[in-house]
Design a protein around this ligand. Structure first.
Ligand code: MRU
Length: 348
């Protein structure tokens, strides 16, 4: 059974519960989000994170936002929806799934504008739960499609966390590992610790250990050496946004990993749902990259590890050019050596 990262409790006046990922692996605790501001903060501080999970969280956040609406007619409810949508869009900029899910709910509201407000709120909750349910099936399909690229005994290196904690089921990059294991393959994992917020060390190792899958933690800077030693047969990462030409934004450090993989002749795969492909952006340079608090780098927990007042640059994501990607794995199959044409045909 995959970990239940986020769930809705009750009807359209209910609330969301999510694992506070900032506490892992020390404590596994659910926090309650009863209003849209709590969900905004949970997204902002990374209590919930990972592109597909952010889609589900944003959709539930919008339902929470509408709980407060006093609108007595649907026209005004839709106006409130637009305000809450704009607010949630300011939480994090890179993962397109967040925007995609909000747009999907807005479209449902527009299609159902003849319904009374109470029924429309119910409909929007159904849509949020539908996004979550679809993501479960998508994770399984990505896992099956990706597992075909692996062989028994392979070592796979992954970066950040693209597993159960980042989705509604058992992940994207990690779905491939889980599916390979279910198919009886003995696949082991090298997890990059993923500076600065350590999603690899804290989350990927935790969830793979829970699933009894062999995992070895390494510092990000060790990836080249581990590949040089011949221990890695494939790199598999998730994605926050894929441009129409295949350029892929993912956690900072992914681009460097793609270069190292190329140098060592190790295949580099991106596993992501089709909802992560942003056909509105022609190439990766247009992907908005989140800039985060300098303290994520200058502090180690409570302790300062850099001189006070030091200049810091802290982009949370980078862009891997399509040329460095051997394949993109989606719920529909595998796009080998991705190009704009191949991606367009794939998603048709
Ligand atoms: O900052 P985060 O933890 O939200 O970054 C997450 C990633 O970079 C993941 O690899 C990506 O969202 C894919 S999750 C299936």
């Amino acid at each position: 059974m995959p970990i239940e990262t986020i769930r809705w409790v009750g009807d359209e006046n209910g609330y969301a519960e999510l694992i506070d990922q900032t506490l892992l692996p020390i404590r596994k605790e659910y926090i309650k989000c009863s209003d849209v501001r709590q969900m905004w903060s949970a997204i902002r501080v990374l209590s919930i994170r990972g592109a597909p999970a952010l889609g589900v969280a944003a959709a539930m956040g919008l339902v929470l936002g509408l709980k407060e609406s006093q609108a007595s007619d649907t026209g005004n409810l839709i106006k409130d929806l637009k305000k809450q949508k704009e607010y949630l869009e300011t939480s994090r900029p890179t993962a397109v799934n967040l925007f995609w899910a909000l747009e999907r709910l807005e479209a449902v509201a527009f299609e159902n504008r003849t319904l009374p407000p109470v029924e429309l709120k119910r409909k929007l909750l159904q849509e949020a739960l539908q996004i979550q349910e679809e993501d479960r099936r998508i994770c399984r399909a990505i896992g099956r499609n990706g597992a075909e690229l692996l062989n028994d005994g392979d070592g796979v290196l992954t970066h950040c966390n693209a597993g159960a904690l980042a989705t509604a089921d058992y992940g994207t990059a990690l779905a491939v590992i889980y599916a390979a294991h279910q198919a009886g393959m003995n696949v082991s994992v090298f997890a990059d610790e993923t500076r600065p917020l350590l999603q690899g060390a804290r989350l990927t190792t935790w969830e793979l250990k829970e699933a009894d899958i062999p995992v070895t933690l390494i510092c990000d800077s060790m990836a080249a050496q581990v590949m040089r030693e011949g221990k890695v047969d494939a790199v598999i990462v998730g994605a926050d946004r894929i441009a129409a030409n295949g350029d892929t934004a993912n956690k900072i450090g992914t681009y460097a990993l793609s270069i190292i993989a190329k140098e060592h002749g190790v295949p580099f795969y991106v596993a992501a749902p089709i909802s992560t492909i942003d056909m509105k952006l022609l190439h990766g340079d247009d992907i908005p990259i989140e800039q985060r608090d300098p303290e994520e780098i200058t502090q180690w927990g409570e302790r300062r590890i850099a001189p006070a007042g030091i200049e810091v640059y802290n982009p949370a994501f980078d862009v891997t050019p399509a040329a460095n990607i051997d394949a993109i794995i989606t719920e529909r199959g595998v796009i080998k050596r991705p190009t704009a044409n191949k991606i367009e045909t794939h998603i048709e």
